[in-house]
Structure formats: structure tokens, C-alpha cells
Design a protein around this ligand. Structure first.
Ligand code: NAI
Length: 392
């Protein structure tokens, strides 16, 4: 099958197995070229197949020498359709990690369910024993509650009043104004149920009950704050309420982990192109302006650079540097005053006509394509490839 990108709005419905492997291998190479870290050795990553979770898994194995188990929810190839990018990424990661001598096992299924938790615990017990790092990096538009069977949908909306701002159609480059109506209380609550901290704590509870937490265990989840431009739709919007809940969960978990001298952290990461962030209105335009500024200042990073910096912060010193809320701040370069001033200035002037020059839409589009394994020079996209790839 010859596989080309098929973009529908903010998703790409195809993925390229060799291109996804190239994407994974580039991230592995970056970590191999970085300073090795003495850190976690037995790592569970929930949401391990794309974006920040995948980068964390790669950095754990190739930077810290860790054995990993990854949980994700991806689609295998079937009926002439390609698998999802995360499926191909997982296959590529497992092959590379095993070839390098690390244990790498993966579970594909709904991390929110009791069944997948139990299946994972069994595999952890069998392959890893006690874990010393659990990374929780699930991003999902919906969650079926494991106890009630009720399905909740998350929404990306402002709270209290409508929000109007600029947005870009990243496919056409057209900049327009968008008005988003405020969420209802039910929508806010549902978003917290999907993207808040409840499932993270259920994972920790399950691991504790199975006696699979090592002394000194660390658990991490990822959050975002961002600037005033995106505040109404992000930090003060429905997703921000979920992030507040996630951050509060870190404090509760830290108390629960005291008997292991363990710690739960939320790391506030940089805005990046991932399958999840491309779905948020306004944010892709902000990201394309931000990339331009950060590249000019030599500060640009992707998920893998952030993952490396995170593990350096976590494991390199005797104490972990946090803000006053106890969060690790990997967004410190994004939020630097000179960076934000430059983005703000560009934002006020941005139009369809100047978006390519004032913003880095090209980088945005390339990053987006690469999420699905397209846009890699080393891959011949005219070649016939088998979409059905599996690990043994
Ligand atoms: P992503 O969409 O690239 O990855 C989501 C992961 O969750 C995938 O591995 C997917 O398979 C998995 N997943 C989704 N539903 C699942 C389910 N029911 N069961 C098992 N696995 C499931 O997302 P991204 O952007 O890497 O997000 C990860 C975390 O990082 C989120 O908490 C997000 O809010 C946070 N973050 C993202 C930023 C960004 O700019 N992309 C910035 C700062 C934080």
C-alpha cells in the first residue's frame, strides 16, 4: 500500500509505519546524544504512544537505561486502513528498546478501565517487579467511568463568558476570528472527570494494592499554564479546571506516597504540536508564533528535549526545583518575559497575509505531519509498504 497523509480538519486519518519509526528513532538518537541520567530503572508510562508520553518513555529507556511498560489506546491496521501513528510508534519503540537490551512491553486498551489496569499490573509484576517511576500522560476526549459505565466527554470551552480571539486554519493558513460560547457547569464537571486527576490516583491506588510501588517511587503527570492570549480557552477554561484538579491530585498522592518516601509531581510543559493540542482553538496560532520567537532565540524544544530536561531536573540534584505550588516548570523558556513580549507583539498584528512571515506555520505543519510519520526526508513515500506491522 502507498500511504499518503489524509488530513481532515485537525486530524490525519492515515499514518506511515516507516515514517513513525523514523520519528521514534530521531528521538532515540537525541537521547543517546544527551547526558545519561542515573534515575528510574523500572518505569510505567500510561499514555505512552505519542507526544509527551512517548518522549518520556524514550528518555526513560535510552537516557536512564530503564525497562518500560507502556499503556496506550491505538488502532491497529484493518480493512485497508493504516494503523494509528501511536500504534506504529509503539512497535518501533519496542523493537529499538529490545534491540538495545531493555525490557519493553506494551498494552493497548482503555487505561480508564479496571480491566486494563489489572492486565497492566499483571504484566508489571511479571516483567518489571516494583516500579520506581509512573508517568501519567493520557490525553483523551472521553472517559468511560470504570465503576458506573457512564461515558463523559471533555470540551474545550471558556468559562463564564464567550471568548473571541484569532485562530488559524493550519491547513489553509487563513487567520480568522473565532467566538467560543462558555461551557455549562455539566460540561466543566465532565471535562474534569475526563482530564482531571481521578484516573491518575486510581492507577496509583491499584499499583499500591498490588504492592508494586518501589521505595522512593516518583509519579508524574503533565500540565500546561500558558500566556494571557490562550488563558480564556486554556487555563481559565474547562481544560484548566481539569488541570487544577490534576495538580491538586499531585499533593494528595504525595501524602499517600509518604510511606514509600515517594513523590507525585506535576510538570508544567511547553506548548507543542501534538494530536491533542492541535484540537484546541486559538492554540495552534499561538504555537506557530511562539515557535518562530523561540527558534530565533535558540530556545526551541520538542517533546523529546522537554523529556530529557525533565529527567535531568528530577534526578540530577539532591532536591527537585519547583514553583511555589510544587510544580516542575519546563515552560520556563516559553514563559520568559522577552519571549512572551515578542509573541504578544506578533499576535496583535497577525493576519492571513503575514502569518507565514510572522509565525512559523511551516514548522507547525511539518511537526503535525511528522506526528503521523510524514515529512521525513529519509523516507520514500512512493514505496509500497505493509500497513500491518506488529511486534512479536
Ligand atoms: P497525545 O495526544 O500526543 O497523547 C495522548 C496519549 O494518551 C496517547 O498515548 C494515547 O494513546 C493515550 N490515550 C488516550 N486515551 C487513552 C485511553 N483511554 N487509554 C489509554 N491511553 C489513552 O497528547 P499529549 O499532548 O502528549 O498530552 C499528554 C499530556 O501532556 C496531557 O496531560 C496534556 O494536557 C499535557 N500537555 C500537553 C501539552 C501540549 O502542548 N501538547 C503542553 C503541556 C502539557
Amino acid at each position: 500500500m502507498i500511504i499518503k497523509p489524509k488530513i481532515r480538519g485537525f486530524i490525519c486519518t492515515t499514518a506511515h509505519p516507516a515514517g513513525c519509526a523514523a520519528h521514534v528513532n530521531r528521538q532515540i538518537d537525541y537521547i543517546k546524544d544527551s547526558t545519561a541520567i542515573q534515575g528510574a530503572k523500572k518505569v510505567l508510562v500510561i499514555g505512552a504512544s505519542t507526544g509527551y508520553g512517548l518522549a518520556s518513555r524514550i528518555a526513560a529507556s535510552f537516557g536512564m537505561g530503564a525497562d518500560t511498560i507502556g499503556v496506550s489506546y491505538e488502532r491497529p491496521a484493518a480493512d485497508g486502513r493504516t494503523a494509528s501513528a501511536g500504534w506504529y510508534n509503539t512497535v518501533a519503540f519496542e523493537r529499538a528498546a529490545r534491540a538495545a537490551g531493555y525490557i519493553a512491553e506494551s498494552i493497548n486498551g482503555d487505561a480508564f478501565s479496571h480491566e486494563i489496569k489489572q492486565e497492566t499490573l499483571k504484566l508489571v509484576k511479571e516483567k518489571l517487579g516494583k516500579v520506581d517511576l509512573i508517568v501519567y500522560s493520557v490525553a483523551s476526549p472521553r472517559r468511560t467511568h470504570p465503576d458506573t459505565g457512564e461515558t463523559f466527554n471533555s470540551v474545550l470551552k471558556p468559562i463564564g463568558q464567550p471568548f473571541t480571539n484569532k485562530t488559524v486554519n493550519t491547513n489553509t493558513g487563513v487567520v480568522s476570528e473565532i467566538t467560543l460560547e462558555p461551557a455549562t457547569q455539566e460540561e466543566i464537571d465532565n471535562t474534569v472527570t475526563v482530564m482531571g486527576g481521578e484516573d491518575w490516583s486510581l492507577w496509583l491506588k491499584a499499583l499500591e494494592e498490588a504492592d508494586l510501588l518501589a521505595d522512593g517511587v516518583t509519579t508524574l503527570a503533565y500540565s500546561y499554564i500558558g500566556p494571557e492570549i490562550t488563558e480564556a480557552i486554556y487555563r481559565k477554561g474547562t481544560i484548566g479546571q481539569a488541570k487544577n484538579d490534576l495538580e491538586a491530585t499531585a499533593h494528595t498522592l504525595t501524602k499517600q506516597l509518604e510511606r514509600y518516601q515517594g513523590k507525585a509531581y506535576v510538570s508544567v510543559n511547553k506548548a507543542l504540536v501534538t494530536q491533542s493540542s492541535s484540537a484546541i482553538p486559538v492554540v495552534p496560532l499561538y504555537i506557530s508564533l511562539l515557535f518562530k520567537v523561540m527558534k530565533e532565540k535558540g530556545l526551541h524544544e520538542g517533546c523529546i528535549e522537554q523529556a530529557q530536561r525533565l529527567f535531568e531536573k528530577l534526578y540530577s540534584g539532591s532536591t527537585v526545583e519547583t514553583d511555589e505550588e510544587g510544580r516542575i516548570r519546563l515552560d520556563n523558556w516559553e514563559m520568559r518575559e522577552d519571549v512572551q513580549e515578542a509573541v504578544k507583539a506578533a499576535w496583535s498584528e497577525i493576519t492571513t497575509e503575514n502569518v507565514s512571515e510572522r509565525g512559523d506555520l511551516e514548522q507547525y505543519r511539518l511537526d503535525f505531519l511528522q506526528l503521523f510519520g510524514f515529512g521525513f526526508d529519509e523516507i520514500d513515500y512512493e514505496l509500497d509498504v505493509d500497513p500491518e506491522v506488529h511486534t512479536n
